[in-house]
Design a binder for this molecule. Structure first.
Ligand code: RP5
Length: 189
């Protein structure tokens, strides 16, 4: 089954698909046990109007896909996913992993370069493993468990090319401000 998925990724990479019909963001994680922690990334992207593309395409202009890809259990899949990312049309990858050897985000960042990778350390003890990259091999990262911020950052990266997305982010920020303002007023009263 892993081999079929690898073939599928390579076939998609070879096909000349229009950018509007390919997922913009790829969300990958080392294990399905990471799903609860990674859910924030889906939440943030959904809030900004991204739709999940499960392989059938998406109606919304912006979409994301997600896979469980393990650096240690399925290294060939990790390699194929990262290597084909750019040709498949992904603009940014969010990669989460836990444990002390959280290698998926940093290995993916090296192989997928120049596609930016936002690493999410699933636990506190995974932070050093995710962010510890040598000079010349960058990764962007959020703090442990902050997958919602990873989703927002992915949208920010895309927003430089898509004004409508920039506007949605500005609206999101204004809402955030007004929520804090309301709480602040309530405390004062
Ligand atoms: C990591 O090992 C995964 O990202 C996960 O956070 C951790 C434990 O995986 P499971 O044993 O729960 O599958 O590679």
């Amino acid at each position: 089954e892993i081999d079929d998925l690898i073939d599928e990724l390579r076939t998609e990479a070879a096909a000349d698909r229009p950018p509007a019909e390919t997922p913009d963001v790829g969300i990958i994680m080392g294990s399905d046990s990471d799903l609860d922690t990674m859910a924030g990334a889906y939440e943030a992207l959904s809030e900004l109007g991204f739709e999940e593309d499960t392989g059938e395409g998406a109606e919304s202009r912006f979409s994301y896909e997600s896979y469980v890809v393990s650096a240690h259990r399925t290294p060939d899949l990790m390699y194929a996913y990262a290597e084909t990312a750019r040709e498949r049309g992904l603009s940014v990858i969010i990669a989460g992993a836990g444990g002390k050897s959280a290698d998926l985000p940093n290995m993916t960042a090296s192989i997928a370069f120049p596609v930016p990778v936002i690493g999410v350390p699933v636990q506190e003890k995974s932070v050093d493993s995710v962010i510890g990259m040598p000079t010349g091999a960058p990764i962007v990262a959020v703090d442990a468990g902050k997958s919602f911020n990873a989703g927002l950052s992915a949208a920010q990266l895309l927003a430089s090319d898509h004004e409508e997305l920039a506007e949605r982010l500005v609206d999101y920020h204004e809402e955030l401000e007004s929520e804090v303002g309301t709480v602040s007023r309530e405390l004062h009263e």
